[in-house]
Design a protein around this ligand. Structure first.
Ligand SMILES: C[S@@+](CC[C@H](N)C(=O)[O-])C[C@H]1O[C@@H](n2cnc3c(N)ncnc32)[C@H](O)[C@@H]1O
Length: 332
């Protein structure tokens, strides 16, 4: 086993209610992975499809969500915190090679990947650690420092816009920890999330757990009283009224789609955003689709803010060469 990998895990364990499982099973029957392969999914996600699965332990009353690339350091291990991974491996190959690789990959501002990661961990302790344990005591140790950092920094990016968002649309909501926090802190009211059908059950189970089972609707369910509604990425276009959304969010997701999907989403965002509504887009500069390839509108919008978030270069297990950009635009 490679040094450091013993602390890695790629699953989340949660309690579940039988009635929720029945709902997920119904949804999964309607949209199996095989069917999904026929639908619109980028090559990036098609390759990752088989990594994700859900195992129910019905007797034990818990569920295991597989597929998350959790980090080599999770929140409960941080006291022996140490960046382990690619660098540790390279060390065995000699310092000269390592320094050359570092120069090519991480030449950015002369700060090494390890230092950047440690900076993130130190900042995390300073800013967010106590809050995570306070806000999500039963879930705090389940995801990595990087994930929590990202959630809380993104939360502040949205909260600092100083508005109450009655209707929110998130495209690619993933584990749904951000909407759980936004709801908990009263920043948002009603929330719609579009995601790949196989990811929705993961987000649903986590969100249920984090929001004390407040009413959430799966794609084929209808309940006017639900605060959160999931829509499938294959069937979302007629489900949201034009000019009805105050805030649209896309975080580290457009970069992993294909260009056609991103173009379709930009058209959709333009149609559903209310005048005065904002779009918060936080994505890596270069990925499968680069930030500057997105079809940014050249009129009818003003830019509210552009910046690089603190967690920009860090990932759960690696340091990235290209930064993450945040751009917030407002519809006039
Ligand atoms: C890297 S995850 C990011 C999740 C979350 N936004 C976050 O920052 O933690 C990318 C998300 O985009 C979703 N996604 C990928 N292709 C999509 C598509 N065509 N439509 C909607 N969501 C998609 C994935 O299922 C996943 O939930």
């Amino acid at each position: 086993m490679m040094k450091g990998t013993k602390n890695r895990k790629n699953f989340i364990i949660l309690p579940f209610r039988s009635r929720d499982v029945a709902r997920i099973e119904k949804m999964s029957k309607e949209m199996s992975k095989e069917m999904l392969k026929e639908f619109s999914i980028s090559n990036y996600w098609r390759k990752r499809l088989d990594d994700f699965s859900i195992t129910y332990n019905k007797d034990g009353g818990f569920v295991i969500l597989n597929g998350y690339q959790s980090s080599s350091i999770s929140i409960d291990e941080q006291h022996q915190c140490k960046y382990v991974g690619f660098f540790e491996f390279l060390r065995f190959r000699g310092d000269y090679f390592l320094s050359q690789v570092k120069k090519v990959i991480y030449g950015y501002k002369g700060v090494s990947g390890e230092k950047k990661y440690n900076l993130l961990v130190n900042k995390f302790r300073e800013r967010y650690e106590a809050r995570v344990f306070n806000d999500f005591p039963l879930f705090a140790t389940q995801v990595s420092v990087y994930e929590w950092f990202k959630v809380y920094e993104n939360f502040h990016i949205i909260k600092d816009l100083n508005r109450k968002f009655d209707s929110v649309l998130e495209i690619g909501s993933g584990t749904c920890i951000l909407p759980a926090l936004l709801k908990k802190k009263g920043v948002v009211e009603k929330y719609t999330a579009i995601d790949l059908p196989f990811f929705i059950p993961h987000g649903f189970l986590i969100l249920n757990h984090l929001t004390d089972n407040k009413k959430i609707c799966l794609p084929s369910e209808l309940d006017m009283n639900c605060w959160f509604k999931f829509l499938s990425s294959d069937d979302y276009k007629d489900s949201i009224k034009p000019n009805s959304i105050d805030l649209v969010i896309n975080i580290t997701s457009f970069g992993e789609m294909n260009i056609k999907q991103v173009q379709d989403y930009f058209l959709f965002i333009d149609s559903v955003l209310k005048p005065g509504g904002v779009f918060v887009c936080i994505n890596r500069e270069k990925k499968k689709v680069n930030f500057d390839q997105y079809p940014w509108p050249n009129h009818g919008y003003k830019t509210v803010r552009e910046f690089e978030p603190f967690y920009s270069r860090c990932g759960s297990n690696k340091i990235f060469r290209y930064p993450i950009f945040s751009r917030i635009i407002e519809k006039m």
